[in-house]
Design a protein around this ligand. Structure first.
Ligand SMILES: Nc1ncnc2c1ncn2[C@@H]1O[C@H](COP(=O)(O)OP(=O)(O)O)[C@@H](O)[C@H]1O
Ligand SMILES: [Mg+2]
Length: 458
């Protein structure tokens, strides 16, 4: 038993007997179970500092506190699938009749990586991703962008497309500090597509305490580790949004009175991020392939939180407001995005060369944009005109209708195989459509059915 001796904002100091002193990250409760506290600091051999995770009752000095002697308990494994859980591990749906197994958060962290050079590409059917940033099993993809540029929509499209192509996938979704409506929508979509049976969702909403929002990410990662290392599965892990995790850690750090560092972020920013990022990988047991959205405050890619995450990723996909302004969806920015899978030995010479050639053309076009704005397209030399035209054709070609947006765009979603995407890009690069308007490629699937100039006798 402990006793509250002081409290301010959402921090409490609690005194225990020496032999009962809790450890950092242990949960404490009040006797009536109406309040949950998480130990964040040991002050001395009798005193700890804890943050409020959840409280439905006022707290008073001298209130009795129980040490649960454990951290969050996470529902894991086969029997946890097909449900949504809060940070307390409570299932939101009570009509499922399986009883999940629970393990303690962070109790099975596995640091043993298994190095092998087998690379298995995971096709998403999304042209821009498969072409520019091919996803490999065990890979970490960051989806960066400011508010409303399409991060969540893109992540959902990935979930659905990969599952459709791959019936044995297990999905873990971590909803970290975003709108609860979005999580419910995702659940309904997964349920109606019969994908919930392979999916487990862990949600902490934006209005929950920073302690809850901060913990939901390691909770979901613990569940992913369990599927990978104990049930030997290949897991797709989706996290929306890592920025909210960083922000919650920052709020807790500020409440604990720690001095902030660059840009107002916590001095532990790097290690907070590393502690979660370093747990997602492939090993002999199975794999965790992760897709993580990262909100950019003020659309700024150099924001310290974005940089801290960026350093751990295999690929970064940038969605930009310039693209949405041009009605380009997904608002993918090919020149700002990159991937370490763009390697001839992984994706083959043909694909590799097509990427290099495409990026070169897009870069030249970008450099010419100012000239065109001032002097006009007609003033360019023939060579530059050709490059600009091909660049515009490519830009249009990488637009795509999504299944996830059918309900409001009214345009049917399209899945394009990687093979068709590469062939299509090559046809554009080869100038097979040079006499036709770039518009013909807006929101097409592949272009293999679109007649070339030669076929049209132009
Ligand atoms: N691929 C897309 N096609 C058409 N509209 C889109 C697409 N992606 C996003 N949008 C529009 O942008 C809005 C915000 O997208 P969302 O994914 O919620 O943004 P974010 O998660 O980056 O804040 C959507 O509600 C939709 O209107
Ligand atoms: Mg979003």
């Amino acid at each position: 038993m402990g006793k509250i001796i002081r409290f301010w904002s959402d921090i409490l100091e609690i005194r225990f007997d020496k032999e009962n002193l809790p450890q950092v990250n242990h949960l404490l409760t009040t006797n009536d179970g109406k309040t949950y506290l998480l130990v964040k600091r040991i002050i001395d051999e009798q005193t700890v500092r804890a943050i409020i995770i959840y409280s439905s009752k006022p707290i008073n000095i001298n209130d009795q506190i129980t040490n649960t002697k454990q951290s969050f308990m996470v529902p894991v494994g086969k029997n946890a699938k097909n449900n949504i859980y809060s940070f307390e591990g409570k299932p939101l749906l009570d009509d499922r009749n399986t009883l999940p197994k629970y393990i303690e958060m962070n109790s099975i962290i596995n640091n043993e990586r298994y190095l092998n050079n087998e690379n298995e590409i995971i096709e998403t059917g999304i042209k821009a991703i498969d072409f520019f940033i091919p996803i490999l099993k065990g890979y970490k993809l960051g989806i960066f962008g400011g508010a409303g540029v399409g991060k969540t929509v893109l992540m959902k499209e990935i979930i659905f497309n990969v599952n459709k192509a791959n019936a044995k996938t297990s999905n873990i979704f971590i909803g970290s500090g975003e709108r609860s409506r979005e999580a419910i929508e995702l659940f309904n979509e997964l349920e109606s597509s019969d994908l919930m049976k392979n999916s487990t969702m862990y949600i902490s909403k934006m209005n929950e305490s920073p302690g809850a929002r901060m913990s939901i990410v390691p909770i979901g990662i613990t569940a992913s580790e369990y599927l990978r290392d104990i049930e030997k599965e290949d897991v797709l892990l989706f996290i929306d949004n890592i920025y909210r995790f960083v922000q919650a850690e920052n709020e807790v750090s500020a409440s604990l009175g720690k001095k902030p560092s660059v840009g107002g972020y916590q001095s532990t920013l790097e290690s907070d991020v590393a502690n979660i990022e370093n747990r997602m990988f492939k090993n002999e047991n199975g794999s965790i392939t992760s897709f993580q959205t990262i909100f950019l405050p003020m659309d700024d890619l150099s924001d310290p939180s974005a940089v801290a995450v960026f350093n751990h990723l295999d690929g970064n996909l940038v969605l930009s407001r310039n693209q949405t302004a041009k009605n380009i969806f997904p608002a993918f920015d090919p020149l700002a995005s990159s991937s370490n899978s763009v390697d001839e030995s992984i994706i083959g010479k043909e694909h590799f060369n097509a990427i290099i050639e495409t990026k070169k053309i897009l870069k030249t076009y970008k450099d010419l944009e100012d000239v065109i704005m001032i002097l006009g397209f007609d003033e360019l030399d023939e060579q530059s005109k050709r490059i600009v035209k091909i660049a515009l054709q490519l830009e249009n070609f990488f637009t795509q209708n999504f299944f996830m947006t059918e309900h409001f765009t009214k345009a049917p979603g399209v899945y394009v195989s990687l093979e068709d995407t590469i062939k299509s890009v090559q046809r554009i690069l080869d100038g097979k459509y040079i006499k036709q308007s770039p518009e013909i490629f807006a929101y097409v699937g592949s272009n293999l059915n679109i007649p070339t100039d030669e076929e049209l006798n132009l």
